[in-house]
Design a protein around this ligand. Structure first.
Ligand code: GUN
Length: 283
């Protein structure tokens, strides 16, 4: 058997087309959806991600405003910028690219941000609302994972979902979102005993640990859906957290890297920015 490809590039292109139409409608009403993107320092991967976010905005008619600070910028300087963007009526969404340099507290930056402009969904208020099943900004990568599964027509209800990795950005929120859709959810991590055995039970596997080709074919149940959130930069190129070629032989559906979850993340950010434009119009 060879898995079907969950084509994030194609699904995200369809979503971007409808975002463009929505953005045009908002503009006709005098609302110009605007995203402020803040990059601190020179991290090469962060530069790539910020570039992709700006390109996504450009393609869909969303205005992006880029703010760059040097790696040695003081935390106070970044907090002042975030507070200025909070008050700027023309800015609907704010995104501060992570990771930040070590001397800056990511929590302090998120706490300073208005939750209603937090298009990443990382502010504690949005996290709490997500886990409580209340309306909120959902974080972009988990939202991309769920959207991909649902748009492909794969049922989540009643399935065993195993997540590998417990980060605040992916593992924990994707668990909450799968649980809200009635999956039976297990989060595994570096201290999990007999991890391969746990993953072998899964109907849906979400790999988000940042270890190249960590998920091998022997960990996968025949017919499982495998979502690879990993982006590992190796000398031979981009590689996911899943041993793609081997796992392909057992899974029913699999996401490629690149061209899987990555483009979905960007599309979800654009969607969240439109939502922010509606919430914050004239705010
Ligand atoms: N770093 C890695 N993923 C993300 C993300 O989704 N948003 C931000 N702001 N930083 C990240």
């Amino acid at each position: 058997m060879s898995a079907n490809i969950l084509d994030g590039k194609k699904i995200s292109a369809e979503i971007r087309t409808s975002i463009k139409e929505e953005a045009e409608k908002l503009k006709a009403r005098g609302i110009n959806p605007t995203l402020a993107v803040v990059l601190v320092g020179e991290d090469p991967a962060s530069k790539v991600y910020v570039g992709q976010k700006e390109k996504g905005c450009e393609e869909t008619g969303i205005i992006s405003r880029k703010y760059t600070l040097p790696a040695e910028a003081a935390q106070e300087e970044l907090l002042t910028l975030v507070e200025k963007l909070n008050e700027d009526k023309e800015v609907h969404g704010i995104l501060v690219q992570f990771p930040l340099p070590e001397h800056i507290s990511e929590t302090a930056v998120l706490t300073a941000m208005k939750p209603e402009k937090d298009v990443d969904g990382f502010h504690a208020l949005n996290v709490g609302r997500l886990f409580s099943g209340l309306p909120c900004f959902e974080p972009c990568t988990p939202k991309g994972v769920i959207t991909m599964i649902e748009r492909t027509g794969i049922d989540i209800e009643g399935k065993k979902a195993v997540i590998i990795g417990r980060s605040n950005i992916v593992g924990k929120p994707v668990a909450a979102m799968l649980l809200a859709r009635n999956a039976t959810v297990t989060i595994t991590h570096s201290k999990t005993r007999n991890l391969p055995e746990v993953v072998r039970q899964a109907d849906i596997v979400v790999a988000a640990i940042g270890k190249p080709r960590f998920v091998t074919a022997d960990m996968i149940k025949e017919g499982a859906v495998v979502i690879d959130v990993g982006i590992n930069r190796l000398p031979e190129g981009l590689v996911g957290d899943v041993d793609y070629e081997a796992v392909m032989q057992k899974a029913s559906w699999i996401t490629p890297v690149p061209g899987g979850v990555g483009p979905m993340t960007i599309a979800m950010l654009l969607q969240n920015t439109l939502k922010a434009a509606i919430i914050n119009k004239g705010a």
